[in-house]
Write a protein that binds this ligand. Structure first.
Ligand SMILES: Cc1cc2nc3c(=O)[nH]c(=O)nc-3n(C[C@H](O)[C@H](O)[C@H](O)COP(=O)(O)OP(=O)(O)OC[C@H]3O[C@@H](n4cnc5c(N)ncnc54)[C@H](O)[C@@H]3O)c2cc1C
Ligand code: SF4
Ligand code: SF4
Length: 260
C-alpha cells in the first residue's frame, strides 16, 4: 500500500479551496510509479525524481503554485490584509499581490519573557523553566496557570477536536525500518535551547522535552504532520539560517487513509 499525492490534505494554494492539486499530484505520482514498474526500474530517489518530479514540474499544479507564490504574504500584516491578498492574487492569477516583508520564522518568534512581561517576573519564569526541565515537563501549563487562565476541571465529557479525529480516523502507522520524518539537525542547539518551543507547540504531544533539557524526544505515531514544530523552532540552522533546527522529511506513515 502506498500513500500518494504530496498535496493530499491541503487545499488548492491559489484558490484556497478545492483539492484538485492533491488529486493531480497523486495521479502524477501514480503514473510515475507505473512507468518505473513497466520499465523494471527500482524506486530510487533519482528514478522517482525523473518519473514524478519532471511530470509535476510540467503540470498546471506547478504553474498555479508559482502564481500563488505571494498569495499568503498579506497575513504578515494581519488577518484582513491576508484575506484581501489571497483574493487579489487568486482573481488576478498572481499578477497583483499584497506584499509584505517576511522574516525568517525563528527570528520572528518573541522570547517568552517578553510575552509574559508585566505578568510573570523574569526570575520566576526562569525558576518555572528550571523546574519543568528537571521534571521533563513542558512549560505552557504552568505559564497559563500563572497568568490566571482558569483551570479545566475534568467533567467526564469527551472532547474530540478535529485533530483528534484525524488521528483516530487517518493515522497510518509508519512501517519499521524507516527513519523518523521529524529530525533535530544540531543536537547541541537543542540542548542549549530553553524553553524548547517545539515541544511546547506540539499539540499531538509527539515532541516532548528531552531529559534534563536534552534533545527532545519524538514519537512519530503521535505526529499529525501539522508542521508547527518547523515554524516554531527558535534556533536558526548554522548551515542554512533560512531554516530552523527541525528538519521535516519525507517518511513512512502519515495521516491519510481510506477512513480519512
Ligand atoms: C495535518 C492536518 C492537515 C490539515 N489540512 C487542512 C487543509 O489542507 N485545509 C483545511 O482547510 N484544513 C486542514 N486541516 C484542518 C484544519 O487545520 C482544522 O479543521 C482546524 O484547525 C480545526 O479547528 P477546530 O477548531 O475544529 O479544532 P482544533 O484545531 O482541533 O482545536 C481545538 C483546540 O481546543 C483546544 N482544546 C482541546 N480540549 C480543550 C479543553 N478541554 N479545554 C480547552 N481547550 C481545549 C486544543 O488545544 C485546540 O487548540 C488540517 C488539519 C491537520 C491536523
Ligand atoms: S528543535 Fe528548535 S525549538 Fe526544539 S529544542 Fe531544538 S532548537 Fe529548540
Ligand atoms: S508536525 Fe506537528 S504534531 Fe508532528 S511533531 Fe511537529 S508539531 Fe508535533
Amino acid at each position: 500500500c502506498a500513500r500518494i499525492g504530496e498535496g493530499s490534505g491541503s487545499t488548492n494554494v491559489l484558490a484556497g479551496a478545492g483539492v484538485d492539486e492533491a488529486w493531480t499530484t497523486g495521479v502524477l505520482l501514480a503514473k510515475g510509479v507505473i512507468e518505473l514498474l513497466k520499465n523494471h526500474k527500482p524506486f530510487t530517489w533519482e528514478n522517482l525524481e525523473r518519473a514524478y518530479g519532471d511530470r509535476r514540474r510540467a503540470s498546471w499544479v506547478e504553474k498555479e503554485c508559482r502564481a500563488a507564490t505571494h498569495a499568503r504574504d498579506g497575513f504578515q500584516r494581519g488577518f484582513v490584509p491576508g484575506l484581501l491578498g489571497m483574493g487579489l492574487t487568486g482573481m488576478t492569477g498572481g499578477m497583483l499581490n499584497v506584499h509584505a516583508k517576511i522574516g525568517r520564522p525563528w527570528e520572528m518568534l518573541k522570547p517568552l519573557k517578553e510575552l509574559c512581561m508585566g505578568r510573570i517576573k523574569e526570575d520566576e519564569l526562569e525558576k518555572m523553566g528550571a523546574e519543568a526541565r528537571v521534571n521533563g515537563n513542558t512549560l505552557h501549563d504552568a505559564v497559563m496557570d500563572k497568568m490566571g487562565w482558569p483551570k479545566i476541571v475534568p467533567d467526564g465529557q469527551l472532547i474530540v477536536s478535529h485533530q483528534d479525529a484525524l488521528l483516530m480516523g487517518g493515522k497510518v502507522q509508519a512501517a519499521g525500518g524507516f527513519a523518523d520524518h521529524v529530525a533535530f539537525v544540531d543536537p547541541q542547539r537543542c540542548r542549549d535551547c530553553h524553553p524548547q518551543l517545539c515541544a511546547e507547540i506540539c499539540s499531538g504531544q509527539a515532541i516532548t522535552p528531552g531529559e534534563n533539557g536534552g534533545v527532545p524526544n519524538f514519537d512519530r505515531e503521535k505526529c499529525v504532520h501539522c508542521g508547527a514544530c518547523v515554524w516554531n523552532c527558535t534556533q536558526g540552522r548554522a548551515a542554512d539560517p533560512e531554516c530552523g533546527n527541525v528538519d521535516f522529511r519525507a517518511g513512512s506513515g502519515g495521516l491519510h487513509s481510506a477512513e480519512n
